[in-house]
Write a protein of this length. Structure first.
Length: 621
């Protein structure tokens, strides 16, 4: 067979099976579940027992003869055997009875149940049958047309019409060779155009969004990110090392010292959460004793919310002065093969852990009735809040993914009060990210969102404050105060968002990080800027500088852009610039350090330009 038609078949099957497994089958699952009853299962599988009591001989363990050991419960739609302990849903009962195995076993059970119990007559009997029938249709068209263009096969479809129409656009773009990612959100517009169309802060369907993400995972990698993470964790030699030999690999004294000094968290709490301090003295006990990337790090284990197994570690460097070391590493396993660095030296790298599918501490909270959920940027902050009695989780990063939001909805519901407690850092990254997270939560139907921040003078996060206070009772009083001062998030109006977008200074993603209370100020600044400069000619770095000057008034912006080009060229020489700055009457030696700090906040700006800014404007501004 022609290799090109083989590739078309493979690509088409990959796409359509992704939609089948994670969209169509999930949509019809309620119909399938409703069709499954104890009476139907009894008749189909000829179960013997006492139907009037819902009890039968178990078909799963050898030698079973007790007519009451297996119970089928129509209210919960599940089964349980008192003898062998096997249990699960009705769909899982079918999965076991049909001997379905592998990662698609539950979906195979759905297909079987749809055809044999729900009377849906899908037109295929299994995923393999679906693939074969799709292949046959493609080959049938190929023999008629001899076409090797993928676009000529996009409209071949085995599922109901509405699924084809929903995915036709994305599939068509894939046909044309474009990289298409299913993300029902805004498109990011370039920030160099003032002719921007408006956008609407649309409500999104969380279940559908997650299905699309999973379908795209299947299309791209043949497995969902979540399933891949679980698979990697179960096969991980590194996780096995640290779960089986924690006592030998953990330097408890060093862990106690670091957690106390850095986070004001006691050793009992640290051990309760499974934290490990790993140093090089324990190197020889690892599966790969030539793995050095975790030396002098504290390992924070992240658990799967369903099973509680450790799926990876966020590894925090304890010596921040160590050369060329990342502050955090997210690790799942060792790499089996050695890697050569730039100098040709071989070293063993790690398999990264993707935190976007898990929330730290959710496993401990998932069965609890939660009124207010605290979400912290750092894992240590979640631990500190939790040991003080607050219900806290952490994504381990300054970001909430759609899957994080799905987990919050699944275990807490949309009525829960969400306290976004990201870092209150100097660069405002944490607070701007919390605004972006709040917008996304709002789109998915959450309405009780509060953005909380510390007093910056006391510390950027809860553990910083705790270390300075060393008094948890005082810290609780401050947390109560921060709660009272929290910003109850409400999104900016579509009109205000559109007005700011059309200035061309900010992209949609950037606007989603701007506090709605500041929208009018930012809009006034942006409109003043575009009167004096054509943004099309600006580089990304120059635009970044402009955005840092958003507190300027229009008359000051006009002065700024009227700075003499001649002055700029005259001041290009570094020595002349420094001399001029020293001699200028508006800048004295006592302000030198403050000037340097201010200067560091402006990126890609020459000393001459900085000199003119200082001469024209008040330094505090």
């Amino acid at each position: 067979m022609n290799r090109s038609i083989d590739s078309i078949i493979a690509k088409k099957i990959s796409h359509d099976v992704g939609v089948l497994v994670f969209q169509y089958l999930n949509d019809i699952e309620p119909l399938i579940q409703q069709s499954l009853t104890a009476a139907k299962l009894k008749d189909y599988y000829r179960l013997k027992g006492k139907y009037n009591k819902g009890r039968f001989v178990c078909p799963f363990h050898p030698g079973a003869d007790n007519p009451t050991s297996l119970s089928l419960n129509d209210n919960k739609r599940n089964f349980h055997c008192n003898a062998c302990g096997k249990s699960g849903t009705y769909l899982e009962f079918i999965m076991y009875m049909q001997n379905f195995s592998g990662r698609n076993s539950l979906n195979e059970a759905k297909i079987f149940a749809a055809n044999n119990f729900a009377g849906l007559n899908l037109g295929f009997n299994s995923i393999a049958d679906f693939e074969q029938k799709l292949k046959d249709k493609i080959l049938e068209r190929y023999h008629k047309t001899n076409s090797l263009r993928y676009t000529d096969y996009c409209n071949i479809w085995l599922l109901p019409e509405r699924y084809f129409s929903y995915t036709a656009e994305s599939q068509g773009r894939q046909c044309q060779g474009e990289e298409q990612q299913i993300k029902p959100s805004f498109k990011v517009s370039p920030s160099n155009s003032t002719n921007k169309p408006g956008f609407i802060l649309e409500a999104l369907d969380l279940e559908m969004t997650i299905r699309h993400h999973k379908a795209q995972n299947i299309i791209d990698n043949g497995i969902t990110d979540y399933d891949k993470a679980i698979q990697d964790a179960k096969n991980s030699k590194l996780i096995n090392d640290f779960t089986q030999n924690a006592d030998k690999l953990n330097s408890v004294d060093k862990l106690s010292d670091f957690m106390s000094k850095k986070y004001n968290i006691d050793i009992d709490t640290a051990l309760r959460y499974g934290l490990i301090y790993f140093d090089k003295d324990s190197q020889k006990q690892l599966y790969y004793s030539d793995f050095f990337m975790l030396n002098d790090r504290v390992l924070f284990p992240v658990q799967d919310h369903e099973t509680g197994i450790v799926v990876g570690y966020q590894c925090r460097q304890t010596d921040l002065n160590a050369p060329k070391q990342y502050k955090y590493l997210n690790v799942t396993d060792y790499q089996d093969n050695l890697t050569a660095n730039k100098n040709g030296t071989a070293f063993r790298n790690f398999v990264p852990f993707k935190p976007g599918n898990f929330l730290f501490n959710l496993y401990e909270l998932k069965n609890k009735c939660i009124n207010a959920l605290w979400i912290t940027e750092g894992i240590a902050d979640a631990i500190k809040l939790s040991c003080m009695g607050y219900d806290a989780v952490s994504p381990g990063q300054a970001n909430l993914t759609d899957f994080h939001i799905y987990l919050i909805d699944k275990y807490c519901g949309k009525d829960v009060v969400i306290n976004l407690f990201f870092d209150n850092d100097d660069h405002k990254v944490g607070q701007s990210k919390s605004i972006a997270a709040a917008y996304r939560l709002w789109q998915f139907g959450f309405r009780n969102i509060r953005i909380i921040s510390t007093f910056k003078e006391l510390g950027k996060d809860i553990t910083d404050c705790s270390v300075k206070l060393r008094d948890d009772n005082m810290l609780r009083l401050l947390i109560s105060l921060w709660e009272k001062q929290a910003y109850s998030f409400t999104p900016a109006s579509n009109e205000d968002l559109n007005t700011l977008l059309k200035t061309g200074l900010y992209t949609e993603n950037e606007i989603m990080c701007i506090d709605p209370r500041d929208i009018n100020q930012m809009t006034n600044f942006a409109e003043a800027i575009v009167k004096h400069i054509d943004l099309k000619d600006m580089t990304y770095q120059q635009l970044a500088v402009l955005k840092k000057l958003c507190c300027f008034r229009e008359e000051e912006i006009k002065i700024l852009f009227n700075l003499s080009t001649k002055d700029y060229h005259d001041m290009q020489d570094t020595d002349e610039t420094e001399t001029a700055i020293k001699e200028n009457g508006n800048i004295n030696a006592g302000n030198a350090q403050e000037e340097r700090n201010a200067g560091e906040n402006l990126i890609n700006i020459s000393k001459a330009q900085l000199f003119h800014l200082k001469k024209r404007f008040n330094l505090d501004l």
